[in-house]
Design a protein around this ligand. Structure first.
Ligand SMILES: NC(=O)c1ccc[n+]([C@@H]2O[C@H](COP(=O)([O-])OP(=O)(O)OC[C@H]3O[C@@H](n4cnc5c(N)ncnc54)[C@H](O)[C@@H]3O)[C@@H](O)[C@H]2O)c1
Length: 358
């Protein structure tokens, strides 16, 4: 190629903005590899009478989703996803998973042939009659491009504050490995690139459900031993599910940042742990009938959303369709607590009676 790789960001929430900070500086510092300008698709919103895209382009800060963190001025916010993706060689997808399909459909006619997709999105896509699919497959099949993934123990606000962490990138094509590493690696954000795309992606989605379970035991007032049990039982269900869903015996991904490290981080920090805890606290305050996840979202997140309950529903649907509900009591209990079929006070019984202890 004559000029450098042109990078675009599709998404600009908390994680998208933290990644924009890293990618913006890395492309600036490596003009021999990358084009300087990075277009970032921003789902337009009005904040105090001004467009979010204008605020980002003026203040170089996403004041709504990642306040007090500066993004380099070569990252340009655009409200039109087609404009953002036109001519891009590397497309970084970082939207909540429920918006990925419709966004890809809008982009389909503007994709540069041979472009590479990279998904940072944690979740599955549940389609009527088709069951659940990996987000990377939706991107790959809708846009007809190879799609890699990046997942890891990467709470966005900590990454944005340059606290040391690791991440896992998976890409089938080894030719891209050094380029992706150069695009993301910083002294505080350490990258390991491997090839098992589906395995890495499944880890990233599944751990969000276990995170809710960790929050539930926090809300119930249990201690670190109980949380460790949730983490271990959750990991066992994650590994079992991945083996069946992906028909793969590769357990090495669970020892990468995308596996055990992300699971531990999610069960201690992160939005889904917060949700689990809030569900129990809200129940104590309002009674079980008064617990409303949408209301908690408004109270706690102010405009963002909890991904965990949606992912729990996606997994539950798969397990039900395949008559495997009884083999995944932790995933099932968490889904049923989120849908108010089960009182969270019964969660400990589910842990106690887990098939691991029979
Ligand atoms: N936040 C984190 O710490 C973190 C870390 C790693 C991975 N992730 C993953 O990154 C993805 C994005 O999460 P986030 O935390 O950046 O999001 P967020 O919750 O901070 O922001 C939500 C985003 O969705 C956009 N949006 C709302 N409606 C939309 C629509 N109809 N179409 C398109 N976009 C719309 C909003 O403008 C906003 O940019 C998720 O899959 C998440 O699991 C998040």
């Amino acid at each position: 190629m004559t000029s450098g790789y042109r990078v675009a960001l599709i998404g600009s929430g908390c994680w998208g903005s933290a990644i924009a900070k890293i990618v913006g500086l890395n492309v600036l510092n490596q003009p021999e590899i990358f084009e300087k300008e990075v277009l970032m698709y921003v789902y337009e919103e009005i904040i105090d009478g001004a467009k979010l895209t204008d605020i980002i382009n003026l203040e170089h800060e996403n004041v709504k989703y990642l306040p007090d963190i500066k993004i380099s001025p070569n990252v340009i916010a655009v409200p039109d996803v087609v404009q953002a993706c036109t001519n891009a060689d590397i497309l970084i997808f970082v939207l909540p998973h429920q918006f990925v399909k419709e966004t890809c459909e809008k982009m389909a006619s503007a994709i540069k042939p041979g472009a590479l997709g990279l998904s940072l999105i944690k979740g599955f896509v549940l389609s009527e009659g088709e069951g659940i699919q990996l987000v990377s497959n939706i991107i790959k099949n809708t846009l007809n491009i190879e799609t890699a993934v990046l997942m890891g123990a990467n709470l966005a606000t900590e990454v944005a504050s340059e606290m040391f962490c690791e991440t896992t990138i998976a890409c089938h094509n080894p030719e891209y490995h050094p380029i992706l590493s150069r695009l993301f690696q910083t002294p505080y954000f350490r990258v390991k690139v491997i090839e098992n795309v589906a395995g890495v992606e499944a880890c990233g989605a599944l751990k969000n459900v276990v995170g809710i379970g960790a929050g539930i035991v926090d809300g119930l007032g249990y201690g670190d031993n109980t949380k460790a049990a949730v983490i271990r039982l959750g990991l066992m269900e994650m590994m079992k599910f991945t083996k069946v869903f992906l028909d793969s015996d590769d357990i090495s991904v669970f020892f990468e940042s995308c596996g055990i490290a992300d699971l531990v981080a999610t069960c201690h920090g992160g939005r889904n742990r917060l949700l689990g805890e809030a569900v129990v606290k809200s129940m104590k305050l309002r009674g079980w009938a008064g617990v409303d996840i949408r209301l908690l979202e408004k109270e706690i997140l102010r405009g963002q959303s909890f991904q965990g309950p949606l992912i729990a529903k996606e997994i539950y649907t798969y397990l039900k369709d395949h008559e495997m509900l009884d083999q995944y009591p932790l995933f099932v209990a968490i889904h049923r607590i989120c849908t108010r079929e089960v009182d969270p006070r019964n969660f400990i019984e589910c842990l106690r009676d887990h098939p691991e202890h029979m």
